[in-house]
Design a protein around this ligand. Structure first.
Ligand code: DGP
Length: 219
C-alpha cells in the first residue's frame, strides 16, 4: 500500500512544476510513483461543470458555495476506485490538489477559518460519506498572493486553454484561501502538513518524502 501525499496551494503557486520535479527525482531513485490531478478535467463531468460555472456558464450555479463544493467533491468521489488502484500499485501517490482545496476555497468564500463549520462539512462529506482515503501527508506550497496571481495571469497568456476563472481573479478570495490553508497546516488537519515556500528545493523535498515512505514501510 502506497503513501498518499496531497500538494495544495493557490492558483499559480507552482504546484504542477513542483510535482514534476519531485516525481522525476523519486522515479530516478527507483520508487514507483503514481500521480493524479484534481479537478479531473475532461474525465469527470462534475469537474467540467464546475470549471464552466467558474467561467460564467450555468446561470447562478457558481454563486452557491455548497453547490460548487459538492461538484468538486463528486469529482473526487468518482475517483475512489482509481485512488485505491494507484495506492495498491505504487510506493507513493502524489496528488495535485485534494480535499483540502474544497475546505480552503469554500471556507474562504464564506469568510470562515480553518476551525469553522464549513471545514467540518467537507470532512464529513468527503472522508466519511464518500469514503475518500485520508492523505498520509499534506503539503502546502505557501506563495505570496501577488506572485501566484502574476503566474496565473502569465499562464493564461501563454496557454489559451488556461483562462483564469472567477476564483483566480478575486485577490481577496486568494488571500483568505491562503489564510485557511495556513490554519489547516497549523492544526495538522486530517494528517501532518509540511509548509513549503517558493525556495523549497524539489530534490530535498523528494528525498524527505523517500524517508516517509521508508517509515511507512510497505513496499
Ligand atoms: P485549478 O484547475 O487547480 O487551477 O483549479 C481551478 C479553480 O477551481 C481554482 O480557482 C481553484 C478551484 N478549485 C480547485 N479544486 C477545488 C475544490 O475542491 N473546491 C473548490 N471550492 N475550489 C476548487
Amino acid at each position: 500500500m502506497g503513501t498518499l501525499i496531497a500538494l495544495e496551494g493557490l492558483d499559480g503557486a507552482g504546484k504542477r512544476t513542483l510535482v514534476g520535479a519531485v516525481v522525476k527525482y523519486l522515479t530516478d531513485g527507483g520508487l514507483r510513483v503514481g500521480t493524479l490531478d484534481f479537478p479531473r478535467y475532461g474525465r469527470s463531468v462534475h469537474a467540467d461543470v464546475a470549471s464552466e460555472a467558474l467561467k460564467g456558464a450555468h446561470g447562478d450555479l457558481a454563486n452557491s458555495v455548497h453547490a460548487m463544493a459538492m461538484l468538486f467533491a463528486l469529482d473526487r468521489s468518482g475517483a475512489v476506485g482509481e485512488l485505491s488502484d494507484l495506492l495498491a500499485g505504487h510506493d507513493l501517490v502524489l496528488l495535485d490538489r485534494y480535499v483540502a482545496s474544497n475546505a480552503a476555497y469554500g471556507a474562504a468564500r464564506l469568510h470562515q477559518r480553518g476551525d469553522d463549520e464549513f471545514v467540518g462539512w467537507v470532512t464529513d462529506l468527503e472522508f466519511e460519506r464518500f469514503g475518500l482515503p485520508r492523505p498520509d501527508l499534506q503539503l502546502y506550497l505557501d506563495v505570496p498572493v501577488a506572485l501566484a496571481q502574476e503566474r496565473a495571469r502569465g499562464r493564461e497568456s501563454a496557454d489559451a486553454s488556461r483562462t483564469i476563472d472567477a476564483y483566480e481573479r478575486d485577490r481577496g478570495l486568494q488571500k483568505r484561501t491562503g489564510e485557511v490553508y495556513r490554519d489547516l497546516a497549523a492544526e495538522d488537519w486530517i494528517s501532518p502538513w509540511w509548509v513549503l515556500t517558493p525556495d523549497t528545493d524539489p530534490d530535498t523535498l523528494a528525498e524527505n518524502l523517500t524517508f516517509l515512505k521508508k517509515e511507512h514501510g510497505t513496499p
